[in-house]
Design a protein. Sequence first.
Length: 213
Amino acid sequence: MKLYLLRDEQLAIAHRDVAGPAVLRGALVELLAGPTSDERAAGLGSEIPSGTELLDVALAEGLATVDLSADFESGGGSLSMTARVAQVVFTATQFDNVDQVLFMMEGTPIEFLGGEGIVLDGPQTRSTVERSLTGGVIVDTPAPGDVVSSPFTVTGEGDVFEADFPIEIWADGVLIVRTIAFAGAWGDWDEFEAVITFVAPAGPIELIAYDAG
């Protein structure tokens, strides 16, 4: 199961085991619980305030109605508010039967979130999430700090211009290899997988995947 947390103010993927059958509810409960100590050590965080509770979740015709406790809007500015909304939307819509998320708080639909007045006057989708939080590409594996050798596989999700995007490997400021991967076209998030073959001396490398459009 994927949880969408944050690394360097962008969405990042963590994995948890969630038992069925209520996997949507289970994933949201895990998300609200926040990062584990290992995930925090790996640089992952969350903008969802500690203490936020899932009061209810209902699913009908692709719409997940998520009722959260009032803690959800406590603290933080506009970036924090948009990030916490994005975390819930991406975590819920990973499931094939969820396309949209309607936010409620203490049983009442949310129109404006927090003192910054983030507008939530209707169902939210992945397309309504600001691209500054996604970059259009979210790498799942390898994670930062992982040790890899050639060849290795890059996986993740993307919503990119004309469905293709570059993945680059850099070492000591030098571009080692550049390949093209394929994900969802503009407005359609989809998973991707690309095998990277490279030649470089042992040591740190940097993996960059981005929406070139």
